[in-house]
Each structure stands twice: as structure tokens, then as C-alpha cells.
Design a protein. Structure first.
Length: 327
């Protein structure tokens, strides 16, 4: 039986709601164990809005995971006051503790995968948690230096080289070594996590018109194209980003690498909103997440769309299966 840990995310957002909606959808499928890491009072608040259709047991510590035969467990972390739609340090701390607990459970083999709910970077900052997002936090926890934030859907897979940094800092972060490391991670993940035997990867340029042979920036000529020509696997580019997506060239490749966050996220979400999944490639554990944020504006109303969270579960399940076969 495979086991999955769901985190609560920022409890002033839609995280607890979409987790309950997801479990409602999946709990009758093949046998699985689900551990939802959430303050018990927040869980009760949410069940007043979204009725659980599944049997569950509330537990207080890790030991009870092994002792309890129920397939769905609600693992408590410190109860806090919930204020829907508000950004504060308390919700940031709880979101952080939930991620750490899920990471511990994965590291100690209590669970096979982590599925994380949306967090607020502002709440993290107020709580003095110095990570800009899940990806960097998890890479630090598992002491992984080379990793990739991969966005996955039935239509495409895409990865930004730089993640949560200001746009003005992107160019100086693009190096041959950085491109080498991230492409190695992606090729390995495509082969072993997604069972693509001979992956083809496209790489976008950084500048308008992919630099136009050095006339609009030299990063393509001096770094990106030089890297591509020296790489041994099947990678292609550098492509002009707007034409690449406008002409749907991404369909010809198993994954697209872009240079910065919005260069990848805008087309990905345009094509896959409410269906996309954020996957952290390169970790020793499987971690997926919805590709959207906390949606503070609709928190507590019971109207949040759980499709991306459901897809995150499906992708996690698929990767676990593929990794198990590889072993």
C-alpha cells in the first residue's frame, strides 16, 4: 500500500479545503494511506464548509501512524486561530511546520510521496522563514544541490532555470554550469520518473528574438548556445520564446527549459490552468503540488477548484509507480 502526506499549506488560504475535496475524490480508489498534516481545529473548521465523504481518524503523533489501521489519518500540529484571507506570521509558521513534518515522514519512509498545499511567501517572511518557496526549502531539507522546478501536465512539461529571484538578477545567474546541472536533472527525471526512454528537450533563449545573434544581448551566443552544442543528450535551441509557444513547437519536445519564472509559467498556466502540477525533480522523495497559490480572496467560501491538487496526487502516484519499477 502506497502512502501519501498532504500538507495544509497556509491555513488562511484554500489549502485545507482543496485537500479535503481531493481526498473525497480519491479515497475509494486503489488502497492507499493518506496522512493529512493539519491543525485539528483547522480541519474541523474546514469540514464545516466541505463535508468529508471519507472515514478518518485524528492522531497526535508519528507513532500513531503505524499503530492505526485506518487509511486516512489527520495528523495534528499546533492549533491556531484561522483568519481567512489574512497574511500573518502564525499561518506562515504552521505552513512551514507542516512541510517539515511531511519531509520527515518521507525521509523516515512513513510515506512514499509529499503533496504540498499552497503557501504564502509573505507569511513566510513575516514568520522569519528564509525560503522563497517549497522548491528551495525541500532542496535544503534533503541537502540536494541540483534540482529543478518542473511544471507537468498532459500537454507539456516545462522548467525555469531561475526560480524566485528578481528579473534584474536573471542574466547573471545563467551560466553553462547552471544549465548543465539543471538539464542533467531534467533528463534523468524524464527517463526514470516519467519513463521517456530518449527524451528530447528544448531550450529557450533569454533575450527577445533569442538575442538575434548577439544584437539584442549576448547570453545566447556566449552561454546558452555554447552549452547546447557541447551537451551529449538530445537538447535543441536556443528557440525564440514567443514563436516557440505561438507556433506550438513545445509539442515536439518532452520538456521545455526557459530562463526565468514567468517565461515558463505564463504559457504553462495559459494552457493548463487548474490542471497543472508543480513537481520538484532531483529530490530523493516524490513531491508534487498544485500550480496555483493560496487564493486568499476565495478562502473559506467552499468554492475553490481542487483539480490541480487532484492532478498533483495523480502525478505523485505515477512517479512512485515508475520509480518502483525502475528499482
Amino acid at each position: 500500500m502506497k502512502s501519501f502526506a498532504f500538507t495544509c499549506g497556509d491555513v488562511n488560504g484554500i489549502g485545507p479545503e482543496i485537500v479535503i475535496k481531493t481526498i473525497n475524490k480519491i479515497y475509494k480508489q486503489k488502497k492507499k494511506k493518506i496522512i493529512f498534516i493539519c491543525p485539528h481545529n483547522i480541519f474541523e473548521n474546514t469540514t464545516a464548509i466541505i463535508k468529508p465523504k471519507f472515514p478518518y481518524v485524528k492522531i497526535k503523533n508519528d507513532k500513531e501512524i503505524l499503530q492505526n489501521k485506518e487509511n486516512i489519518l489527520i495528523l495534528n500540529i499546533k492549533n491556531i486561530k484561522q483568519t481567512y484571507g489574512k497574511i500573518n506570521a502564525t499561518s506562515g509558521k504552521i505552513a512551514y511546520q507542516s512541510i517539515l513534518k511531511a519531509s520527515y515522514l518521507a525521509k523516515e519512509k512513513f510515506v512514499d510521496a509529499i503533496i504540498t498545499s499552497p503557501i504564502s511567501k509573505e507569511s513566510f517572511k513575516l514568520a522569519n522563514i528564509n525560503f522563497p518557496g517549497h522548491t528551495e526549502l525541500l532542496a535544503d531539507y534533503f541537502n540536494v544541490k541540483n534540482f529543478a522546478m518542473m511544471f507537468v501536465s498532459n500537454k507539456m512539461k516545462a522548467v525555469p532555470v531561475t526560480i524566485h529571484i528578481p528579473l534584474k538578477d536573471v542574466a547573471k545567474k545563467i551560466t553553462i554550469k547552471k544549465l548543465q546541472n539543471i538539464t542533467d536533472v531534467i533528463i534523468k527525471s524524464l527517463k526514470y520518473d516519467f519513463k521517456i526512454a530518449n527524451p528530447k528537450v528544448a531550450i529557450l533563449g533569454l533575450n527577445p528574438h533569442a538575442g538575434e545573434n548577439g544584437h539584442i544581448g549576448t547570453e545566447e551566443k556566449n552561454i546558452i548556445d555554447k552549452f547546447i552544442s557541447g551537451y551529449n543528450n538530445k537538447i535543441y535551441g536556443s528557440f525564440v520564446p514567443d514563436a516557440f509557444f505561438g507556433n506550438r513547437v513545445y509539442k515536439n519536445y518532452d520538456c521545455t527549459i526557459g530562463m526565468f519564472h514567468d517565461q515558463i509559467l505564463i504559457p504553462f498556466k495559459l494552457l493548463n490552468f487548474n490542471k497543472g502540477v508543480n513537481y520538484t525533480a532531483g529530490l530523493p522523495v516524490v513531491r508534487t503540488s498544485p500550480d496555483h497559490g493560496t487564493a486568499f480572496d476565495i478562502a473559506g467560501k467552499g468554492i475553490a477548484n481542487a483539480n490541480s491538487m487532484i492532478e498533483a496526487f495523480k502525478i505523485a502516484e505515477k512517479i512512485i509507480h515508475n520509480r518502483t519499477k525502475h528499482k
